[in-house]
Design a protein around this ligand. Structure first.
Ligand code: MLT
Length: 309
């Protein structure tokens, strides 16, 4: 009898480089968070993690591809509140389901939303912004990263509170949308904080408010929406890592352990905090907690968002 016992997947995984799909353009918030965390995970796992930016349809093109990838641990995706929650009510024919087609690995970051505008947009504070966009709803435009993206969904919420329907200008991610905002080609945007801190600090764009109950330490001078007169607008997104459904529990566990280790690393934490993101607690980082978050976010957004036409 042969005494050879094949090593388990967990003992051998990974034996080659891993592809991390990012469903938006390089330089945007999802890309930045994925790069910071996977650079550390690659050291732990002893293999490189290659970022592949796959853009289109508010992140759903890439997420469909990830759902259909081999479930061998070598193709993963960094998704977010849009791809793994808001897309469900917005796209009735969505080719994947966030809960049925993925194994949650780890929550990577919470990302507060800011109301941002081009530097020379006339309103000087949030009260003036509200009056201005209501008075000029036909003329102003809002940049976003496609239907179902966080920037799209967040500004939809803002617009429903203000009861306006301005023109949306879609990009392949808020990295390119931010470039257009800096260049003055679009008027305003609701974006995740990690994309905005460097530009706000450089004075290349305006920040009217942060849509969270507290100010963010990375932007101490930016008021909360409550302080600035629009308490109803509260929005925080999140970024998280997923594998295709059926990926072995041993592989999910080793990826989760590497992500948890990355989020405990001082340099990783410093960088994420500098960019204003919220680092998940130890409990929030676990796959079960991410599964519960996805479920609750789908339930939260489903009555709010109507199918895109
Ligand atoms: C979004 O609006 O969903 C994100 O900002 C996309 C991105 O990472 O560019």
């Amino acid at each position: 009898l042969c005494a050879f016992v094949a090593p388990s997947a967990a003992q051998t995984y990974p034996t080659r480089s891993i592809t991390m799909i990012v469903p938006f353009a390089a330089g945007g918030p999802t890309d930045v968070v994925a790069r910071i965390v996977t650079a550390h995970m690659a050291q732990t796992l002893g293999q490189s993690i290659i970022i592949e930016n796959v853009v289109g349809a508010g992140g759903t093109t890439a997420t469909t591809r990830a759902a259909r990838a081999a479930n061998d641990g070598y193709t993963l995706i960094t998704g977010h509140m849009g791809t793994h929650a808001a897309s469900v009510p917005l796209y009735p024919k969505l080719a994947y389901h966030p809960e049925k087609d993925f194994e949650p690995i780890a929550l990577l970051a919470g990302t507060p939303i800011l109301i941002l505008a081009r530097k020379d947009f006339p309103p000087k504070d949030l009260k003036e912004f509200v009056a201005y966009v209501k008075a000029n709803a036909e003329k102003v435009n809002a940049a976003h990263a496609g239907v179902g993206s966080v920037s799209h969904v967040s500004c939809e919420l803002l617009h429903s509170i203000l009861d306006i329907k301005p023109v949306g200008v879609p990009f392949n991610g808020t990295g390119p949308a931010m470039n257009a905002l800096v260049a003055g080609q679009v008027d305003y945007m609701c974006d995740q904080i990690v994309n905005a801190v460097p530009q706000i600090n450089a004075g290349t764009i305006k920040a009217y408010a942060i849509a969270t109950p507290e100010r963010n330490p990375s932007l101490p001078n930016v008021p909360t929406t409550a302080e600035a007169g629009l308490p109803a607008f509260q929005a925080q997104a999140w970024n998280a890592m997923f594998a295709p459904k059926g990926t072995s529990p041993a592989i999910v566990a080793s990826l989760n352990a590497a992500a948890v280790k990355a989020l405990d690393d001082e340099k990783v934490r410093k960088r994420l905090l500098e960019l204003g993101s919220v680092i998940p607690t130890a409990a929030e980082r676990m796959p079960e907690a991410l599964a519960a978050l996805v479920k609750s976010e789908i339930a939260k957004w489903s009555p709010v968002l109507k199918p895109a036409t």
